[in-house]
Design a protein around this ligand. Structure first.
Ligand SMILES: [Zn+2]
Length: 335
């Protein structure tokens, strides 16, 4: 199969990386993968941005396929940049292509979740309790509304579970449920070529973000903690013998266990940084940003608060931090 023009990926028989550049984004690219000799399985879809569908079609055609050859789409998790084009692909192919997603992320892709633009009163309350200024909350809200436009909600989905296997001519994919980035996040292991398709669970150039869960009514486990679960999911991959990791964004990876070791160290260091900042002064989440993140790009304050909260959840559980004042705003204190 032909290599892609934006980022070099190793040539692997029966695997076509389709790499869509995302200029100006720290994700660098949206990576989707077509596996098999045809009909093919598509792993993720990318965002509904101008030209993306046509580009995917061209890349498929360069390998002798077309959208009509997609037998199924596997969505690694329910974020817009991983399923946003699924409905458009169904329309363009003239077929109701089955789309598989883990049951814990089904609600994320459904129309119901987008009725409010994936923005909720809980979110607004939470950010206010974190002491985010109203003007900043408005920016976060605008960003949610903007992202909403880059996907079509997906109601008609098929459910996949940990251990499920998808096979076809030239591939054998096993689903590995790796919650943390989202509750229903999954990796896929292709055993013939020893490739792990890691979605947003493993990324080379940035540390994947186990996102905070504010709207908890959809969670199966009421005590779910994103980062704690994410770290357990890393351990789950320790036994996977992957020669190559093909992520949802950016470059491919050769050293899976090395990169996972780096993540564990990074999160531990970040927890210590937060603890030290709170030791200097008790404060709400938003007021920790300056001490923990030297540079937060415009509009990314939401992600910074999310990072802080998921680390704080572990510090609270470990008894290194406690609630100093229930607020508003909610103040935390180091012990
Ligand atoms: Zn994601």
């Amino acid at each position: 199969m032909s290599s892609n023009p934006f980022l070099p990926f190793p040539e692997v028989v029966d695997v076509l990386p389709i790499v869509i550049p995302l200029p100006g984004s720290d994700l660098i690219t949206l990576n989707i993968y077509a596996v098999g000799r045809g009909p093919i399985t598509l792993i993720d879809t990318g965002l509904k941005i101008p030209g993306a569908l046509e580009y995917i079609r061209q890349r498929l055609q360069s390998a002798g396929f077309d959208l009509e050859d997609i037998e199924r789409i596997i969505v690694t998790h329910g974020h817009q940049d991983h399923f946003g084009l699924a409905v458009a692909m169904r329309q363009a192919s003239g077929r109701q292509i089955p789309c598989f997603i883990h049951e814990d992320d089904r609600w994320r892709v459904a129309s119901e979740n987008y009725r409010e633009g994936a923005w909720t009163p809980e979110m607004e309350r939470f950010l206010a309790m974190a002491d985010m200024p109203p003007s900043e909350i408005e920016k976060v809200k605008d960003r949610f509304v903007f992202l909403r436009e880059l996907c079509d909600p997906l109601d008609d989905v098929s459910i996949m579970r940990d251990g499920d296997v998808f096979t076809g001519d030239g591939y054998h994919l096993t689903v590995i449920h790796t919650p943390g980035h989202t509750t229903g996040n999954c990796c896929l292991y292709e055993s013939r070529r020893s490739i792990l398709f890691s979605g947003d669970h493993i990324i080379k150039h940035i540390t994947p973000n186990p996102l905070m869960e504010i709207k908890r009514t959809h969670l199966r486990d009421p005590d779910y903690r994103s980062l704690k679960t994410y770290l357990l999911s890393l351990e789950k991959l320790r036994g996977v013998k992957a020669r190559l990791v093909f992520p949802g964004h950016g470059e491919y990876i050769e050293d899976l266990s090395g990169i996972m070791d780096g993540y564990v160290v990074h999160h531990r260091e970040r927890m210590d940084l937060i603890w030290k900042a709170l030791r200097r002064e008790s404060r709400p989440l938003y007021r920790l940003i300056g001490d923990v993140f030297p540079f937060v790009p415009e509009g990314d304050a939401f992600l910074a608060v999310s990072e802080l909260l998921v680390h704080l959840e572990i510090l609270l559980e470990e008894g290194r931090v406690e609630l100093a004042d229930p607020g508003p705003p909610v103040l935390f204190r180091a012990l």
